[in-house]
Unconditional design. Structure first.
Length: 264
């Protein structure tokens, strides 16, 4: 028999929590942060500071409180050619400024270091696993992934993206264009066509180091609030789609790996 409190919650449409059900949250949000070797230490510090500032900002706290339940579950990790599992900051429920401060402090306390390679695919696969295996039940499930270059190692990025989206996960992107590469084409277009996915997914570009904190805060607020942005990138007449294997193709020995039978 339902208790009086449970009966009231049921009649009011509020979710009923029991010991057997996972905690309900408005969103399960994973922050997947690029620490590849193409990020110099100053950029890495600025990026880390941007996330910490965004998590502490009153606008982010207000966005959390403005949700249907007023709480989110959030996790964090850093990646390069592989995911740095020592960088994982485990899930935390955020309901207000105190929770957000605790989570930001855990990130801030981590040592900063970069590693070789850029595997967006491994970041997506790891983030998908974190979401699938956590103890929360979110109305939305989001991987928030930053990066300053295309996937160039590990599995191809498009299948990893498709698998995550098939599991009901939204992937949003922060394309870091502070030192854009001419050889790989516009990174924000690559992210738009090869990385992000799911209903309402979006990519935000960062062109200057001083814009990091603002861009990250905007992205977190959009993800927490569930606001959908209109598409900002579209193919012009005669323009070809982004090559989702461009990073791999530019690595030395790509043809040898793909076509070992060729005698060149």
């Amino acid at each position: 028999m339902l208790s009086m409190l449970a009966l009231i919650m049921a009649l009011s449409g509020s979710p009923i929590q029991t010991a057997a059900t996972p905690p309900n949250v408005d969103v399960e949000l994973v922050l997947a942060v690029d620490m590849s070797g193409s990020m110099d230490m100053e950029e890495a510090r600025v990026q880390r500071s941007g996330y910490v500032q965004a998590l502490r900002h009153p606008e982010f706290i207000n966005a959390v409180k403005g949700g249907y339940l007023g709480r989110i579950a959030i996790g964090y990790f850093e990646w390069a050619g592989m995911v740095n599992e020592a960088s994982v900051v485990t899930w935390q429920v955020v309901e207000g400024a105190e929770d957000a401060e605790a989570f930001a402090a855990r990130i801030e306390a981590r040592p900063i270091g970069t590693r070789r390679g850029t595997s967006i695919s491994n970041a997506i696969i790891f983030g998908t696993s974190l979401i699938d295996t956590n103890a929360f039940s979110g109305a939305r499930r989001v991987i928030d992934i930053s990066g300053d270059g295309p996937n160039n190692t590990g599995p191809p990025v498009a299948p990893a993206r498709s698998e995550a989206v098939s599991r009901g996960i939204i992937i949003n992107g922060l394309a870091i264009l502070i030192r854009p590469s001419v050889s790989t084409g516009p990174l924000d277009r690559y992210y738009a066509e090869c990385v992000i996915g799911g209903p309402g997914s979006f990519v935000l570009p960062v062109h200057e180091a001083e814009d990091f904190a603002i861009a990250i805060r905007q992205k977190l607020i959009l993800e927490v609030s569930g606001v959908t942005l209109p598409p900002t990138l579209s193919l012009a007449a005669g323009e070809t789609a982004a090559d989702c294997m461009i990073g791999e193709k530019l690595r030395p020995g790509f043809l040898d790996r793909v076509y070992p039978e060729l005698d060149r």
